[in-house]
Design a protein around this ligand. Structure first.
Ligand code: NAD
Length: 296
């Protein structure tokens, strides 16, 4: 039997703040495949997420197929907009949600990962754009740069900081969306630009990190999925309905499907795959014409 075996691997999923996101689905799948899993959580959600995990109502989310329990090795506080504590504005560092969390920047995360003994798999499953609801034509310079900083440069920085700590044959993965290559009205504020950068950077990083350390860098472009972040963008139900109607496979994507692809791409079975964008979208990206009537 050819099975995905991540036994003995340590995975870090950055961008897990609740049980509803793709990051949590990926963490579950990596654990299901045998990896030890740590997550990194945005400081404003950090305490709430830890409390949520401790509640009995989380039991179903933490139970893996076969009845084993998902035990996270660590939950690191992490704000992907900052590389060093010195870069964090004083008012944010002193904010009640940040001040007791130690070094929550990318270099702080790298120090914590080094203290854990390194890493084999890193998943970047995070994005933010303060002006996401504005069309690009109305997006400010600050809003655009904030989107690219939080959603794309953060991945470059993760590879820079964690690449040297990753054991040979390691895997980086990030999450993109079709709006990085096609027009998706409503995906504004520079988020489409950030996804385009994320995909382009993954190709360049695949070359550079491959030559330097032998690591792989890939992207999953997921179809629309009702997460907390997607709800903030706007009409996610309508996007799911539209895509489901027009796609070759007419059911919405699930976090399990994205998680299974992430587990495969992070595994030795995918040792020949790097610099690639894999669509997990029920085939929607292959369509050139929206279907407005039943076809046979
Ligand atoms: P989500 O809300 O579960 O995940 C986004 C995470 O990003 C949250 O946990 C949030 O706290 C975190 N985050 C935001 N700013 C951060 C920062 N500065 N530092 C650290 N963490 C920060 O939503 P999701 O939809 O599961 O998103 C995960 C990834 O999947 C994102 O990259 C998103 O763009 C991508 N994606 C989502 C969809 C979709 O339809 N939901 C489709 C394709 C791709």
């Amino acid at each position: 039997m050819l099975a995905i075996d991540l036994g003995g691997k340590h995975a870090l999923v950055a961008g897990v703040g609740d049980e509803r996101g793709l990051g949590f689905g990926i963490a579950r799948a990596l654990a299901q495949a045998g990896a030890t899993v740590s997550v990194a959580t945005w400081p404003p959600l950090y305490k709430m997420f830890k409390l949520m995990l401790a509640r009995p109502t989380s039991e179903p989310w933490l139970t893996l197929a076969g009845g084993t329990k998902l035990e996270l090795a660590a939950i690191h506080p992490f704000d992907a907009e900052f590389d060093r504590l010195e870069d964090v504005p004083a008012e944010l560092r002193d904010h009640r949600r940040y001040k007791d969390l130690g070094d929550f920047t990318t270099s702080g995360l790298a120090a914590a990962v080094a203290a854990q003994g390194g890493v084999d798999i890193v998943v970047h499953s995070l994005a933010n754009a303060p002006e996401v609801q504005k069309p690009l034509l109305e997006t400010s310079r600050a809003g655009y740069l904030a989107a690219v900083s939080a959603s794309a440069y953060s991945h470059v920085s993760l590879v820079q900081h964690l690449g040297p700590l990753m054991r040979p044959g390691g895997s980086f993965l990030s999450l993109s969306y079709l709006a990085g290559t096609r027009v998706v009205p409503g995906y504004g504020g520079g988020m489409s630009s950030a996804k385009a950068a994320l995909e382009s950077d993954a190709r360049v990083l695949a070359f550079e990190a491959g030559r330097r350390w032998g690591h792989r860098v890939n992207v999953i472009s997921a179809g629309p999925y009702k997460s907390r972040a997607a709800e903030a963008i706007g009409p996610i139900d309508r996007m799911i309905q539209y895509t489901t109607h027009a796609a070759p496979l007419q059911t919405p994507i699930t976090a399990e499907e994205v998680g299974a692809t992430a587990a495969f791409l992070s595994s030795p079975l995918a040792s020949g795959i790097t610099g690639t964008v894999v669509y997990v979208d029920k085939g929607y990206a292959a369509m050139g014409l929206a279907v407005d009537r039943p076809v046979t």
